[in-house]
Design a protein around this ligand. Structure first.
Ligand SMILES: Cc1ncc(COP(=O)(O)O)c(C=O)c1O
Length: 308
């Protein structure tokens, strides 16, 4: 028995349909108590702030977030007894707002995009709330280094990982998992995924996109760009097609960033299979590509992406 819901954080690694001669495996993060990968950094950032004496009983946390981090923080705040205000653009999906409210968080909706949400959170911080700053907070990536990556190492049954493919929001997931797995597998390729119309890592220029959770439009402090070998882009249409395919053909219901990551994971697996058949690699196992499915498709129903 776990003492707290926060002790139940963890997720399975599941083999998904993979190109012949390869294995693509996804960390299905919707299995976390708050339904996304963001439970991990939420818990780690709160505990780091407690450790540093920034958060004391009765403290009020504030964070600008487009959704999953807000839900993760709402879970952690409820379980640990903190007040929480989440500031988010009014345009983001209503499921997320309802979930945060159910956990007792206060929501402040702002016009505009994340810039406006960040400004408002700074104002609330200056009035005494504690802001965790997921884009700058090292505990964000550390959570994935210490938990997500360690779970993957236990779940691959002694195989080696040839590539990690992950979408980038704050960059905490790809930085944390990538740096830990790189220690174990120095030859592993790290592939970042971003929206084709907002490809700041590939082009240096921000654009606009309708993905939730990836493509922040700037290079986050938390993202270790030195870890990245390749950056690939995906369109929202291709990502959503892949979400529908995963649901209908594999029984795995995920959101857009997961669909996008799986599109690229399959591309990378195809490429690694070609390398094997041309004798470019000495690895005798089938290539293993690990990716991440951040959240469930249930969080996207109001976007209409699963409507026929
Ligand atoms: C749905 C979704 N996908 C991908 C990401 C990207 O994760 P990270 O911020 O660790 O880069 C997030 C982060 O909030 C997310 O909510």
């Amino acid at each position: 028995m776990d003492d707290s819901v926060l002790d139940a954080i963890g997720s399975p690694l599941v083999r998904v349909d993979s190109p012949p001669g390869t294995t693509v495996a996804a960390k299905v993060e919707s299995k976390n108590p708050g339904g996304s990968a963001k439970d991990r950094p939420a818990k780690a950032m709160v505990e780091a702030a407690e450790h540093e004496g920034l958060l004391e009983p009765g403290a009020h946390i504030v964070e600008p977030t487009s959704g999953n981090t807000g839900i993760g923080l709402a879970v952690v705040a409820a379980a640990k007894g903190y007040d929480l205000t989440v500031v988010m653009p009014a345009s983001k999906s209503e499921e997320r707002r309802n979930i945060m409210a159910a956990y007792g968080a206060d929501l402040e909706l702002v016009d505009g995009e994340m810039d406006s949400a960040r400004e408002r959170a700074d104002e609330l911080e200056s009035q005494g709330m504690v802001q965790l700053r997921q884009f700058e907070n090292p505990a964000n990536a550390r959570a994935h280094y210490e938990t997500t990556a360690e779970e993957i190492l236990e779940q691959i049954d002694g195989r080696s990982v040839d590539a990690l493919v992950a979408a980038v929001g704050t960059g905490g997931t790809i930085t944390g998992i990538g740096s830990r797995l790189r220690e174990a597998f120095p030859e592993m390729e790290v592939v970042a995924v971003e929206p084709d119309t907002n490809a700041v890592l590939s082009t240096g220029e921000a654009g606009a996109d309708d993905f939730e959770g990836m493509g922040p439009g700037f290079v986050s402090d938390v993202l270790d760009t030195d870890l990245l070998d390749t950056i690939e882009t995906v369109s929202l249409d291709a990502a959503e097609d892949e979400c529908r395919r995963l649901a209908e053909e594999e029984g795995i219901l995920v959101g857009q960033s997961s669909g996008a990551s799986n599109v690229v994971a399959r591309r990378v697996a195809d490429r690694l299979a070609d390398d094997v058949s041309s004798g470019d690699t000495v690895d005798t196992d089938d290539p293993l590509v690990v990716t991440v499915f951040w959240d469930s498709g249930e969080r996207y129903m109001s976007t209409g992406m699963f409507e026929r």
